[in-house]
Design a protein around this ligand. Structure first.
Ligand SMILES: Cc1cc2nc3c(=O)[nH]c(=O)nc-3n(C[C@H](O)[C@H](O)[C@H](O)COP(=O)(O)OP(=O)(O)OC[C@H]3O[C@@H](n4cnc5c(N)ncnc54)[C@H](O)[C@@H]3O)c2cc1C
Length: 260
């Protein structure tokens, strides 16, 4: 069968396409792992999943889907909160295994495969001194700046002694100036920012307490500010849960609800 795309018959000029790459179908043992996304609220059963190993695999999958009139989804990190990267009875082209990296040190341009995730990108860049991971930064600090021994202070004064307001202030003002931030930023704000970011990254109240060394939850709750992104994500998920349970949030009660 020849599919129709953009009003024109598609595929007639290139012959029947064949799926290539790492192919997983419902009867294959790895199908469940291959089909599920991060949010298992959306549980779709695609006809076939193609883990592309190169660009031609993507071209073949796209052509095959059009020629056979099969719904197509592209998937990368599987994090879509709306479940958009999967589809029942369709073809999922998964690009997460396209992990090539080419770093041109002279022009400082990195060209990466579309499946490279953030951690892999930063770690690869860090190996060539183009980025510093948090673990590298902390390890480097402990090795070069902290006091020796298990009980040595992590932060010390310029001569290795006790860190005090009097011997820290000049460095702090200089660092603030170099970073281009105003005097309104206090040192303690960094701790607040760090833990707010940890909260946004998904840390639980207990994990936030551990990170800042609090024994009670009151202070940790302060870091759990609502950001507009998270607010939207939570609202979307609640809406999906209500729909899944049979109650459509847009339903005014006059009619029954249906999951689409
Ligand atoms: C735990 C968690 C934390 C998150 N934190 C943040 C955050 O801090 N900031 C933020 O902005 N977002 C955040 N998100 C949202 C997330 O970044 C988005 O949902 C994003 O779209 C996920 O991309 P993905 O490749 O992982 O997802 P996928 O499910 O693979 O894809 C997402 C969408 O992009 C399409 N797509 C994927 N690859 C391609 C491609 N190569 N070409 C064309 N279309 C493509 C898919 O079809 C789908 O519609 C978070 C999500 C989760 C689950």
């Amino acid at each position: 069968m020849t599919g129709v795309y953009g009003g024109e018959a598609y595929g007639a000029e290139c012959g029947p396409a064949k799926l290539t790459g790492r192919i997983v179908r419902p009867e294959d043992p790895g199908y469940t792992d291959a089909r599920l996304g991060w949010d298992q609220l959306f549980s779709h059963y695609p006809l076939v999943i193609v883990f592309a190993q190169n660009t031609q695999d993507v071209v073949n999958a796209l052509t095959w889907a059009r020629q056979n009139d099969v719904a197509l989804r592209i998937r990368s990190g599987r994090h879509s909160l709306e479940g958009w990267s999967n589809v029942d009875s369709g073809l999922v082209t998964d690009i997460s295994e396209l992990k090539s990296v080419h770093i041109d040190s002279a022009s400082r341009i990195a060209t990466v495969g579309s499946g490279l995730n953030q951690l892999e990108a930063v770690t690869t860049l860090a190996k060539q001194n183009f980025a510093v991971t948090l673990v590298d930064a902390i390890t480097g600090h402990l090795e070069h700046y902290a006091a020796a021994g298990q009980h040595g202070h992590v932060f010390v004064g310029p001569q290795g002694g006790q860190l005090r307001r009097s011997n820290f202030r000049d460095d702090w003002v200089k660092a603030r100036k170099d970073a281009g931030v105003t005097a309104e930023l206090h040192f303690h704000d960094l701790r607040h920012t760090g833990n707010t970011l940890a909260s946004t990254a998904g840390a639980s109240t207990r994990e936030l307490m551990t990170r800042v060394g609090h024994s009670g939850s009151r202070a940790a709750l302060i870091y759990q500010h609502m950001t507009s992104d998270r607010d939207r994500a939570i609202a979307d998920r609640l809406g999906a849960m209500i729909r899944d349970g049979g109650g459509d949030p847009s339903d005014n009660g006059d009619k029954g609800s249906a999951r689409t």
